[in-house]
Design a protein around this ligand. Structure first.
Ligand code: SAH
Length: 353
């Protein structure tokens, strides 16, 4: 019997690594595509299910490799239709993804790290610290598992890297994941337009996101250097508000694209009309839209959610200045599945008898 802890996860291979692996076995090159298709398109969980591979090949594969899917995820369903998926990783750590239905859309919010090294004071994930980066198979598994869970007629329409962690701090793996999601011959064939990467503001890496052709969302959350340093200390160390906005202005947008700025609204902290007016000034002339996210509360946080009235006032001040501005609906709050609520509070559920 092969030991699953020493088997290499096949889903962790990029295409070129798979080709190298296949050549090392002296198998024909087309085996690489064949295996990748089984992994991504047919979503097999076991090497033995790859039925068009010769038996001998399958048995060699099973000895040293495994597919690399996690055991079935635990699903927490919110009253509003949002589903939070909890994944147990090989080393006992847990991560979360969130499936969010909204009219015609079905968005999957994917994690890129276990915890986060950034310490944004309004975010639950930040309290965990960074445990580790996710590996390629752990990112892809979130998408494949979500697809497995869909009912007939449901289809994922959008994918956002906005779950636990800072995607640009795990950039190489993020790039490999985007390749798997968008590759047509063996991957999931997604359009890059339906994929969004969200960053707390790692300004020096924005150019690499541009190269991926996906949408970029920047979590701004503040309108003065001082306020941003208070709310997002580690992110501000990496780039000042000024440097971040300068990098955004340099960002090479394709003609169909615009930047998204996210702005979490914290009562009496950054939700005042003066904040809205400064935000308008900062974004002047940029091709962008703004997503306002009223703060989602979690145990132990001293921030408060602003009243609906002040959210709408903030929105109207931006709108009056001709900005496209949306208020993000808070989904899945009853299962701690909303923005900033992903953390290890639900991890205990995985270990209940
Ligand atoms: N690290 C990345 C992606 C994860 S956070 C980033 O910062 O963009 C995803 C979004 O949730 C960010 O815009 C963040 O500002 C927001 N957010 C974090 N905590 C929140 C909370 N408690 N309530 C509302 N939004 C929150």
């Amino acid at each position: 019997m092969s030991d699953p802890t020493t088997q290499t996860p096949l889903l962790a291979f990029t295409e070129s690594q798979m080709v190298k692996f296949v050549r090392a076995q002296a198998w024909p090159d087309y085996r690489a595509t064949q295996i990748m298709r089984w992994l991504y398109q047919r979503r097999v969980r076991m090497v033995t299910e790859m039925t068009d591979l010769p038996l001998h090949t399958r048995s060699i594969l099973s000895r040293s490799t495994k597919v690399g899917r996690s055991p079935n995820a635990t699903v927490l369903s919110s009253q509003d239709g949002t589903r939070k998926l909890l994944f147990a990783l090989d080393d006992g750590m847990t991560i979360e993804s969130v499936l969010i239905p909204d009219d015609e859309r079905l968005t999957l919010c994917v994690s890129t790290q276990v915890g986060c090294q950034l310490d944004c004071s309004f975010c639950l994930t930040g309290r965990m610290g960074l445990k580790r980066n996710l590996k390629l198979h752990e990112i892809i598994d979130q998408v494949l598992t979500a697809q497995d869970l869909l009912s007939i007629g449901e289809r994922l329409t959008n994918l956002v890297f906005m779950g636990m962690g800072e995607p640009l701090a795990n950039l190489d793996t993020l790039k490999a994941a985007v390749t798997g999601l968008t590759n047509k011959p063996w991957g999931l064939g997604w359009s890059r337009r339906r994929i969004t990467v969200s960053t707390a503001g790692l300004a020096s890496r924005l150019g690499e996101v541009a190269g991926l052709g996906v949408n970029l969302a920047v979590s701004l959350n503040a309108t003065t250097e001082e306020q941003r340093r208070k709310l997002m200390p580690a992110a501000s160390e990496l780039a000042s508000l000024k440097a971040l906005l300068a990098a955004c202005r340099r960002y090479p947008l394709a003609s169909h694209q615009r930047l998204t700025f996210e702005y979490v609204l914290l009562a009496d902290v950054n939700d005042q009309p003066s904040d809205a007016r400064r935000l308008v000034q900062l974004l002047k002339g940029m091709r962008c839209k703004v997503n306002l996210i009223p703060f989602n509360e979690f145990p132990g946080s001293h921030f408060r959610r602003p009243s609906q009235q002040s959210v709408l006032l903030f929105q109207s001040l931006l709108r009056d200045a001709d900005l496209d501005v949306f208020v993000r609906k808070s989904r899945g709050r009853d299962v701690l599945g909303a923005c900033g609520q992903l953390g290890n509070l639900s991890a205990g559920l995985l270990h209940q008898p």
